[in-house]
Ligand binder design. Sequence first.
Ligand code: PXP
Length: 243
Amino acid sequence: MATLCVNIDHIATLRQARREEEPDPLEAARLVEKAGAIGITVHLREDRRHIQDRDVVGLRRQVKTKLNLEMAATDAMVKFALRVKPDQVTLVPEKRQELTTEGGLSLKAAPHRFQKAIDLLQSKGIPVSLFIDPSPQVIQLSARLGASFIEIHTGGYSRAFRLKGDVKKELLAVASGARLARSLGLRVHAGHGLTYRNVMPIGGLPEIEDLNIGHNIIARASMVGLEKAVREMTALLRKAGRK
Ligand code: PXP
């Protein structure tokens, strides 16, 4: 059974919209762990649009399950990760203009850069996962680079699901990628664009250990929590009116 790591970036997105203290990613992480997730995932982007350095430092102190830090393979980020020591680093591609991570890593474009980051982090006991598309060539290169894990990008699958495309073909690509990775000794995670509606077939693939899911869980949390939040405020106003 695949287990769940929750990406809490969008708790910080909401906080950064006002540069206030709330909502607090550390409080969110506590609730996520209490609810049974096996890990907390955050992406420290170079533009710091949501998660901040201090969040990662605070999470490192607090998280009792597993802290998975997503980051670009830059010298500055590797230095930061070596200092903070998350339980795992996931290397992801990063473009300033994108709304969210688009596509997997282009390992072939700069294999030495990835090799250096993987070697440095893993020599200090921080396992590295590479966020990649389910292409056999990229999976083989990930194994040659010596990463402990890959995270298969499920964006193609979720897009096909949403747009009523060829879901079967995309699912098969994820499933055969996961099988190939396992046969090469890689451990396998997956994520991106997964929702309450499309998660079941991916969650049932036996080779996949963790699923990283963010946006859809935070979106649902804002809906299932809204009624309670409004009731709490109206109760306060009733109490204020009685004084
Ligand atoms: N995995 C990786 C590597 C990501 O970059 C993201 C998005 O930050 C996710 C998983 C989660 O994607 P989503 O927010 O669409 O669930």
